[in-house]
Design a protein. Structure first.
Length: 421
């Protein structure tokens, strides 16, 4: 059984999913207006379970989209989309508690997801809580000679510190410091060398009052960086490559970014293959979140990242960006790191220095699709683009409110005139 929230699903996507489920055209048209509520896709249910859920949703004033073939109880496994506000979903959970066909388990899972989903903007970091109501910009500081975009630019300590100050002035909310490249094909470096690169930058960032993330999958590096003042660990391994990291993150209470990578950086781009890239990575992140929580890491300390470019083909990267809303079902803030990456060259034929505008476009698109944090090289351009979008939305909304107010006053005068005549 797989449960996903489809919060960001547009009308066309809704139609395509329903067609794939076997819903006829008449049914699709009938259900279209109801897609303004919570939309929860549950896969791999028995036909009997699907029919029970449909009946229960109708009984409480909600609805559900089911395959036409459910009536014939075939095939043995099928999906359903539940449509209803939060109160109706809560009521459904109660009604499923004692039902057969695995629906009692679904009730618990659904209830847990709804609770997590309601706290998706909360991020606990060292005992404090950040509410990510507006998108956060994470500025990238690679203190490496070989990172894919800026390798060598900030390898000198003075240049690194200058760039750190620049990004804070440009509006970065978080500085992500990395001392070892994880570009495709890269080899790991000794821990001591990674520490030599990272720790001075962390200490300087602390002096500047920055919210500091360290990009590492090594427990020892994470431990020393946290002791030096780092607030967040950005882990491309999802706690798979160093057991010490699990204890370090759990004991320290830092923010933790959990990312999908198919394999290690050295081999991740060697013929990656997926049958359902969105579903498979969603399930991976869900499983790793569960592992993290069982290991003692606070669920609300986590952020998820589906890992653009980390063992993905061009089509996989594009599908993940298009389906960002699906990952909201994990109940955690979503980080997207698409800046300057090779899939832009594969899409548009642009070399590294030409990828500024497409990178900003990816950041804005990600935010509009539901991302909470964008990890970027170009802080100033990204910040200005976000501010422009915000300005349009604020001014447009105010104008709409003013127009509505004028219209109400006009009709109010007319009503009074008619009444007193």
């Amino acid at each position: 059984m797989r449960l996903r929230f489809l919060d960001d699903m547009d009308e066309q996507t809704a139609k395509e999913i329903q067609k794939a489920m076997g819903v006829d055209e008449g049914g699709i048209r009938k259900m279209a207006p109801k897609f303004r509520y919570n939309r929860i896709l549950i896969e791999d249910l028995s036909p009997q379970a699907v029919l029970i859920i449909k009946e229960e949703m109708l009984a409480i004033g909600g609805d559900a989209v089911i395959p036409r073939s459910a009536i014939q109880c075939k095939p043995p496994s099928m999906p359903i989309i539940i449509l209803g506000d939060s109160r109706k979903i809560a009521s459904l959970c109660e009604r499923l508690e004692n039902q057969p066909f695995g629906l009692d388990t679904l009730s618990i899972e659904l209830k847990n997801r709804m609770e997590r989903y309601s706290n998706e903007k909360r991020w606990k970091i060292k005992g404090r809580v950040l509410n990510i109501e507006e998108p956060f910009i994470m500025g990238i500081l690679n203190i490496t000679p070989d990172s894919f975009f800026d390798g060598g630019k900030f390898f000198d300590e003075k240049k690194a510190l200058k760039r750190l100050e620049e990004m804070l002035e440009e509006g970065a909310h978080i500085i992500d410091i990395g001392g070892m490249s994880t570009r495709p094909g890269s080899e790991p470096i000794p821990e001591e060398e990674e520490l030599r690169r990272v720790l001075p930058a962390v200490r300087e960032a602390v002096k500047l009052g920055a919210l500091i993330s360290v990009d590492t999958y090594r427990g020892k590096v994470a431990d020393k960086a946290i002791n030096a003042g780092a607030h967040i660990i950005n882990d491309v391994s999802a706690l798979r490559w160093d057991e010490l990291l699990v204890k370090t993150v759990s004991d320290s209470g830092v923010g933790y970014i959990l990312m999908h990578s198919l394999t290690t950086p050295k081999d991740m781009q060697k013929s990656p293959q997926y049958e359902d890239v969105v579903g498979e990575i969603y399930d991976f992140l869900r499983e790793r979140l569960e592992f993290a929580v069982q290991a003692g890491i606070d669920f609300e300390s986590t952020v998820v990242d589906f890992g653009i470019g980390f063992g993905k083909r061009l089509r996989d990267n594009l599908a993940l960006l298009y389906n960002i809303g699906t990952f909201k079902g994990l109940g955690r803030p979503i980080l997207v790191g698409a800046s300057r990456k090779r899939f832009i060259k594969m899409s548009l034929g642009l070399e590294m220095e030409e990828r500024l505008m497409p990178s900003v476009a990816c950041a804005i698109y990600s935010i509009m699709k539901g991302a909470d944090i964008v990890r970027v090289h170009d802080v100033k351009a990204t910040k200005e683009a976000i501010e422009m979008i915000g300005y349009i939305e604020r001014e447009g909304l105010e104008e709409q409110i003013e127009n509505a107010s004028r219209s109400m006053k006009k009709h109010s005068k007319f009503d009074k005139r008619v009444k007193y005549e």
